[in-house]
Design a protein around this ligand. Structure first.
Ligand SMILES: NC(=O)c1ccc[n+]([C@@H]2O[C@H](COP(=O)([O-])OP(=O)(O)OC[C@H]3O[C@@H](n4cnc5c(N)ncnc54)[C@H](O)[C@@H]3O)[C@@H](O)[C@H]2O)c1
Length: 377
């Protein structure tokens, strides 16, 4: 693991997710840019002290020299955005698969470069767009794919959070301070942090891509350096239109990502505050409330559920579903039986490049008088 010291947010979530299905063991890490914090984290996690490294460079180079049956197999990268590209490239160049948090990189240029490295290496890179791991999101995708709502015409995706309503970054909040710093977050604030999740979820469920957008990107909190509030009108490559909202200053909101998709024959609605429910709204019939863990769901939803109906699963399980899918691909790769990556059903480097293109297009559209701006990939 790179990143994920004891005071970090998402590193611990990755550790729990990776461990949930006993597919991965944590064997080593460079958990912080501060060697002492890295060692202290390794100690607290019960690692062999020799494998708590001072830096990710030392970790990757040292592990690569170990015998094949001893060295790490995959690297989780859970650092702020400006420390994504270098460790990912170095890991791939030394023969290690990568599972990395979003957004893929600091900039679109870095993302495009990283895709080249992945393609040349023949190795696997998974990107943890968490929300794609939920069983009822799999079901929504299945409904679209199997034609139950007809051709998609309208998509609304909303991602309101409230935690950046005040200048938290000035109070030393670790997570707020790098997210609002252009040197660490990149050119996007909220658009990179949560807008990329929203855009990815809309594309994942519907199977269509955003082709152009018209954005309004704002800095609400005084003296903040990056956007904390945004909205965009979307056009998709099949002619569908949509609306996306990603804001971190919706005071009182927690993390209520919500997706609504409407086709010619009906609609679907999913919300993160009730993730085990999917509403199906047919044009000519009553609303149906579909529930996780039931016998009537698709294979994809069932494959991503561990407990029977009425036993709630949530964020950690959705995250773990990405690790399980990644593990299937890694195992097939080592057996020389890797199938096309789409078949494993996890976000990959192509989604990561699209995420960075989303950020770049939102920024470009916001600055433009013309407003409608084409997606560059
Ligand atoms: N998938 C999701 O839902 C989700 C949720 C939260 C965060 N994230 C993403 O995860 C990443 C980390 O976010 P976070 O909230 O956990 O941040 P954080 O600030 O809580 O943790 C970052 C960690 O990286 C470490 N770090 C920084 N530079 C390093 C270096 N050079 N070498 C080794 N470690 C280093 C820090 O010490 C810290 O442990 C970001 O890219 C963020 O966008 C994704």
């Amino acid at each position: 693991m790179v990143g994920g010291s004891l005071d970090a947010f998402i590193g611990e979530v990755h550790r729990k997710a990776a461990a949930l299905d006993s597919k991965f063991d944590l064997v080593c890490g460079a958990f912080s840019s501060n060697p002492e914090k890295s060692k202290a984290t390794g100690k607290a996690l019960g690692l062999n002290p020799e494998r708590s490294y001072n830096s990710y460079i030392e970790m990757i180079e040292t592990e690569a020299k170990l015998p094949a049956d001893e060295r790490m197999e995959v690297v989780s990268i859970v650092t702020p955005n400006h420390v994504h590209f270098d460790p990912a490239r170095l890991a791939l160049e030394h023969g290690f698969h990568v599972i990395i948090d979003k957004p893929l990189a600091f900039s679109l240029d870095e993302a495009v470069e990283l895709k080249k490295v992945v393609d040349e290496s023949g190795l696997i890179l998974a990107l943890t767009h968490t929300y794609t791991g939920y069983p009822m999101i799999k079901e929504a995708r299945h409904y679209v794919r199997s034609g139950k709502i007809g051709e998609v015409r309208k998509i609304y995706v909303e991602y309101p959070q409230g935690w950046l309503s005040t200048p938290l970054e000035k109070d030393g909040n670790k997570q707020a301070s790098w997210r609002t710093d252009p040197a660490k977050s990149g050119e996007g604030g909220a658009i990179g942090d949560i807008g990329t999740h929203a855009a990815n979820l809309a594309e994942y469920v519907t199977g269509i891509n955003i082709s152009e957008l018209s954005a309004d990107v704002n800095i609400t909190v005084k003296d903040r350096l990056l956007d904390d509030d945004s909205a965009a009108l979307l056009r998709f490559n099949n002619g569908a239109t949509g609306v996306l909202m990603a804001t971190q200053i919706a005071a009182g909101e927690e993390n209520d990502l919500k997706l609504r998709v409407y086709g010619e024959k009906g609609g679907l609605e999913w919300t993160h505050s009730d993730p085990n429910t999917l509403l199906f709204k047919p044009l000519d019939g009553p609303v149906q409330k579909l529930r996780a863990g039931t016998g009537y769901l698709s294979e994809a939803a069932t494959l991503n559920t561990r407990t029977p109906a009425g036993h709630p699963e949530g964020y950690l399980e959705a995250f773990a579903n990405l690790y399980v899918a990644f593990h299937r691909a890694v195992t097939d790769h080592s057996n020389g039986e890797l199938k096309p990556l789409d078949e494993y059903d996890f976000p990959d480097v192509n989604d990561g490049v699209r995420g960075m293109a989303f950020v770049a297009t939102m920024v470009a559209s916001n600055k433009s008088d013309k407003k409608w701006t084409k997606f560059v990939v």
